[in-house]
Design a protein around this ligand. Sequence first.
Ligand SMILES: Cc1ncc(C[n+]2csc(CCOP(=O)(O)OP(=O)(O)O)c2C)c(N)n1
Length: 568
Amino acid sequence: MTKKVQVDSVAEAYIELLAARGIDYFFGNGGTDFGPIVEAYANRFAKEEMLPKPIPVPHEITAVAMSHGYTMVTGKPQVVMVHTLPGTANAIGGILNASRSNVPILFTAGRTPITEGELPGSRDGGIHYSQESFDQGSMVREWVKWDYELREGADLEGVVDRALAISQSEPAGPVFLTLPREVLAAKKQDFTYSEHPRMHAAKDTMPAPGLIEEAANVLAAAKNPILIVRDAGRDPGSQKPLVDLAEIISMPVFESASAYVNFPQSHDLHAGGTAGEHIPTADVIVVVEADAPWVQKRTPPSDDATIISIAQDPLYSKIPIRSYRADISLAGSPRLTIAALVDAIKQIGVDGVAVQKRGTEWAAAHEKRIAANNARAEAGKDQSPINKSYFSRELSKQLDENSIFVVELGADSSQFQFDIPGDSYSHSPAGGLGWALGAALGAKLASPERTVVCAVGDGSYTFGVPTAAHITSHMQNLPVLFIVWNNGIWNAVKNSAKNLNPDGVAAKTDTWAFTALDQQFRYEQICQASGGYGERVDDPAEVPAAIERALHAVRVEKRQALLNIIGG
Ligand SMILES: Cc1ncc(C[n+]2csc(CCOP(=O)(O)OP(=O)(O)O)c2C)c(N)n1
């Protein structure tokens, strides 16, 4: 079925098509390239066509992170448009994060006008010369799955449908489309398009049955299997089969620096973060969507162990060097692969007594670890500056089933127990700092009825272009609680320098160049400047009440809030 609509330009046809393809939001940060888009929106609003809703975002890092955050919650890709070369340059950190997180985004940029003549949209300013590049796509080509310049309005539908389908095909990721001003500004009277996309994403694929059987045999016979997962939770449906697999052979699950709730963290078989010391003794290691499951030079697996790699791309072909063994590679949807493994193991059967014994041992280890985490928080309760474990435990107590927690170095993750997919998210393996503020706003846009709490390090906060985030929170009515863990330092940088030279001069003299921040900085006032609630907290006894006050601001007063926690 085709649909015909009246339009004024290719730009208007483009926005009509995006709406028809289910795009909810158009995150934009414009410049001289946006003229046709601005005009097209005015035309559509006059016809009461409101979608995709335009969200002006005053920095590209925030715009891309918002799109990322919206998609991680909903699974639906959105559109970001930035300004020609400078906008693309500013956005790249976010695109790198989305790329390594396999988050689909239709990332677009204006392309400075190509022509110098009389065409609508052709060059009319000096900026159009200096903002031209020979190959704009080359700026992001390594971080997108496909890039193209829209050459002609006639190609619009095929190009957009293909961009969206490629972006969502697994492994998913951003695509890049440049939009020259003359092409967007070209006059058009009507636009006829197919009501259904011309093509659909390739996903929900599975390994061949023979490979499933081979892996199932190995798992059924395993004496000491462990599983390491990082990002399977990108597909919330993968949790149930993962639990079934862990339970059927009593296999502990380690969540290595994970960005999602992959596995219920209160489950007896949840074994914590890094698998470290357990790697060398395991006879079977299952790696699920984890690009760096252990540190090869510290805790390599035994030569006799069988490594099963389950992922959309189990050899992580986008990473130039990565020599982790993969004895059985199971490419495809982890949700389907793992469910098939469970069925196959059921057919084969397991040693029930051994499985039960293993389960009891791992449950005891789980309990011991939780008790140690609690003890750590308790021991820190009166410390000043405020202790991170204590603070995190207090925060965790005040999150409820209606909360979404977004974290980027701002909390001690061992103090939280998230069980349900979608309750917590963390940053991309690419580690491009500055992700969380925008991602939290995107999560709030996706779930307006939920309380979104975003905990960031003071370094991460600054990388997140806070003014842009607070302005957007205010303008779009997205009340988020921002928590800045203000330790006055880039601790990660200091720690990595210390690990590299534990007996070096820096360690001996306690001299850490390039790591200091200003702990006196009044982060809360940046939020107040946008009408938000802001509070500096340096007394550990005040922590519970301060969290309550900030949550009240967000939940009841419906305004953003920021707690500046003076931590150590
Ligand atoms: C865009 C970007 N620049 C630099 C880095 C390197 N880096 C990694 S962690 C870190 C410090 C983060 O500081 P903060 O958020 O305060 O957390 P802390 O280290 O104190 O735990 C930096 C600068 C990075 N990952 N991304």
